[in-house]
Write a protein of this length. Structure first.
Length: 585
């Protein structure tokens, strides 16, 4: 799996070339996962971005003109700029006048399960808490939940709570059931007409927070949740979405902090991020700021303990602040944030991974370089409100889309998100390439050692990263002699190689570390190789091939830029070759 089917040269070359044989991005390039260039710091000034924004604005106006009862608020912001790139709002002609009659950035929506970000983030702020801790360490009452009355207590009827961790609850890997609120038996409908049996009161929660029922409290949760069977064992291959999981995490927050959940969230998250219009359980006192759909009865309704999972109210201003605060490490340090924003498990969809509580969308068809881009999202759906918060770490972007009304649906949100991403991401990619060209492209020289490197970030070059168009070190043409270098010094036949640089994020003082990736083979050769295996992108093994060319403890793929205060490069160090180059003006 890790080698060419036909050896290119003898010696080390097959090992070092392993994995560079798939169209992982345009023309077969296989960049590292993550940002391939620094995120643009001034995307709003880029002409391509301005054109994309204008296009989205036009499409937004055309789309919303057909909506009669549904409000939409769409905002997109770069964390490097104060003003959003997009800030679009639609007020439908038919609305409930008990709420706002003019939708804007301050308009309050119910955000549903976007609420699930908060208990996880709250726990991560606690240095003594680990997501691998068992939930019973903080909520020992769960051990008393022993299954439905009359059932034998076993693995089918009873959750093995000692095996359920905080992280399992956060990422829907606990195997526990979804919730109690959606139990049909509690709703005032004759379910026997649908073939269901008559039930006694002991089989009904008697609470929900909707349909005229009172909300459920913590006592009622512990009274009833043990009657629900687990769906899977903890950490089974398949995740199971659970609202209750977030509520249990909320119970843990209260136990750890010795504060009410509401109070701690306000103190540790909302206040530090300036989220003054975000509330839990109840909307802000001034309903005039809220969008209340016509005929809606859910506004102001509390779901009781499940408010921790889906009861928040917010607006685009606050949600942009939340996303920006996460990406800018305002509440968590950089390492903790990076660890948090990683997949925990896969799903049946190859385009969807799960984090805690992220729904991570993966796409290789939205940028010009056709590489894999991850979108860290959390959707929220409650009655007539359908929403999504999106973080795009590769480009330092935050997107929030809030909708409510009779025409609102998850399909509407997905369609709108797709249109925005497809229009905006290639333009932001162009903006990043333009800024990288100004900051890093050009020729770097050192006449004393006969060494030089030329880097390019041309607008018409859609490949990822910075292209190394020439590379001479101590008089040797590295690109022309790549085969001999890779084979351990023996003579080698010519091989097609493309070298591109990618940022690592490692910085120290005026130094910034980048790494080179050697993509070997023509596009046709790469496509042929990729077609020979039964799994997708089988030969894209950059993760295993980086840092393999080493000489005197120094990697040949390590490039160290010497940068000015404004981030522009003035020099370049080739560590393995022990030469330092100056950038030509």
């Amino acid at each position: 799996m890790m080698f060419f089917q036909e050896t290119v040269v003898k010696g080390l070359l097959p090992v070092l070339l392993a994995g560079h044989v798939v169209l992982a991005a345009i023309d077969g390039h296989c960049p590292p996962l993550g940002a391939v260039l620094p995120a643009p710091t001034s995307p709003s000034t880029n002409q391509a971005v301005q054109s994309a924004v204008a296009t989205i604005n036009t499409v937004f106006q055309a789309t919303t003109s057909a909506l009669n009862t549904t409000a939409i608020s769409l905002s997109v912001k770069s964390i490097h700029e104060n003003t959003p790139l997009l800030d679009l709002h639609y007020t439908p002609p038919s609305l409930n006048t008990s709420g706002t009659t003019s939708v804007d950035a301050q308009t309050i929506y119910r955000v549903g399960s976007i609420s699930k970000i908060f208990p996880v983030l709250a726990l991560l702020t606690q240095k003594s808490v680990r997501l691998d801790d068992p939930i019973t360490k903080y909520v020992p009452e769960l051990l008393q939940l022993k299954g439905e009355t009359g059932d034998e207590v076993n693995d089918i009827t009873t959750v093995q709570w000692d095996h359920v961790t905080l992280g399992a609850l956060a990422s829907h890997m606990s195997g526990i059931s979804s919730d109690l609120v959606n139990d049909l038996a509690s709703y005032p409908i004759d379910w026997t007409q649908f073939g269901l049996p008559v039930l006694g009161d002991e089989s009904k929660t008697g609470c929900a927070g909707i349909f005229g029922l009172p909300s459920c409290n913590r006592t009622e949760f512990f009274r009833d949740f043990g009657k629900r069977h687990p769906v899977f064992a903890p950490f089974s291959p398949n995740a199971v979405y659970s609202n209750v999981a977030s509520s249990i995490l909320g119970f843990a927050v209260e136990a750890i902090t010795n504060m009410t959940y509401d109070a701690f969230i306000h103190q540790s998250i909302l206040a530090p991020l300036g989220m003054t219009n975000t509330t839990i359980s109840n909307p802000p006192s001034n309903n005039a700021w809220g969008f209340i759909p016509t005929g809606n009865t859910w506004w102001g309704d509390s779901l009781g303990y499940e408010d921790m999972a889906g009861g928040f109210y917010s607006n685009t201003v606050d949600l942009l602040a939340l996303g920006s605060g996460i990406l800018q490490h305002q509440l968590l340090d950089a390492v903790t944030t990076r660890k948090w924003m990683k997949p925990v498990t896969s799903t049946s969809s190859t385009g969807l991974l799960l984090g805690g509580p992220w729904e991570i969308l993966r796409s290789d068809n939205v940028t010009k370089d056709q590489r894999l881009v991850e979108f860290y999202t959390k959707s929220g759906n409650v009655d007539a409100w359908n929403n999504i918060l999106v973080l795009v770490p590769d480009y330092d972007l935050v997107l929030t889309l809030l909708t409510a009304g009779g025409e609102s649906s998850s399909n509407l949100v997905e369609a709108a998100l797709t249109q925005v991403v497809r229009a905006l991401l290639p333009a932001v990619e162009d903006a990043g390439k333009a800024e990288a060209a100004a900051s890093f492209a050009g020729t770097y020289n050192d006449a004393a050692t006969n060494s030089s490197v030329t880097l390019a970030a041309d607008a018409d070059d859609h490949a990822p990263g910075l292209a190394v168009t020439s590379w001479v070190a101590n008089g040797l043409d590295i690109l022309a002699n790549y085969g001999s270098l890779a084979s351990g010094g023996s003579s080698a036949s010519d091989v097609a190689v493309s070298v591109r640089l990618y940022p690592t994020g490692l910085k120290a003082g005026s130094s910034a570390a980048w790494r080179a990736v050697f993509d070997v083979g023509t596009p046709a050769q790469l496509a042929e190789k990729d077609a020979s295996t039964f799994w997708a992108k089988s030969s894209c093994h950059t993760w295993a091939n980086m840092d393999r060319f080493v000489y005197g403890f120094r990697s040949m793929d390590e490039f160290i830029f010497d940068v000015n205060d404004d981030g522009t490069a003035r020099g370049l160090g080739l560590r393995a070759f022990q030469v330092n180059l100056e950038r030509e003006s």
